[in-house]
Design a protein around this ligand. Structure first.
Ligand SMILES: [Zn+2]
Length: 175
């Protein structure tokens, strides 16, 4: 079976068939949290605390090639990237689906923002259903509303996963 669920646990645990030539330097990852200090002030500015991002830069020249506004965002890819600025090839941190741990796979499908929205709606539906004057219709509507974003998000994500698996298998058989 070529497609396995074995987790991508540590660099020493890399799949040799696919990553044997991945001796490239890893991208420079930097956390940007410029508004963190505003959390100390009791004002509307506090919402800016959530504006944070992670930047990824070429390890050879420092050119930033990506900014993620979600913490620990999982991206699919073959892992190698040529810098637009200096042309050097490096490891951009992306991995193909079969190489991801179960935790990262779940994270790919259920990003924190989506979990927050759906989780909130689900919680509201549960609360409504345990009220003394409970209204099942409201609970059911809440449940449906909670599942809709998850459903559509999965629809968008599956093609990415299939493409990644195909890429991974194509690479592993060509070696
Ligand atoms: Zn560069």
């Amino acid at each position: 079976m070529r497609f396995s669920w074995i987790s991508w646990a540590s660099p020493s645990n890399t799949s040799p068939r696919f990553l044997s030539d991945m001796s490239h330097r890893a991208a420079i990852r930097e956390e940007h949290d410029p508004f963190a200090v505003l959390g100390l002030f009791p004002s509307f500015l506090r919402v800016l605390v959530f504006l944070r991002w992670t930047s990824y830069a070429c390890p050879h020249c420092g050119q930033v090639f990506r900014r993620d506004f979600w913490p620990e965002k999982v991206r699919l890819g073959h892992g190698q990237r040529a810098c637009d600025e200096c042309g050097a090839v490096f490891d951009d941190g992306t991995r193909e689906w079969p190489q991801l741990s179960v935790f990262k796979k779940l994270r790919f499908f259920f990003p924190p923002l989506l979990i927050g929205i759906s989780g909130g709606l689900l919680l509201a539906a549960i609360l409504v259903s345990i009220l003394p004057q409970r209204d099942w219709r409201v609970a059911v509507v809440g449940l449906i509303l909670a599942l809709i974003p998850l459903f559509f998000w999965s629809l968008i994500r599956w093609p990415w996963v299939f493409r990644s698996i195909r890429r991974y298998n194509a690479t592993s058989t060509s070696k």
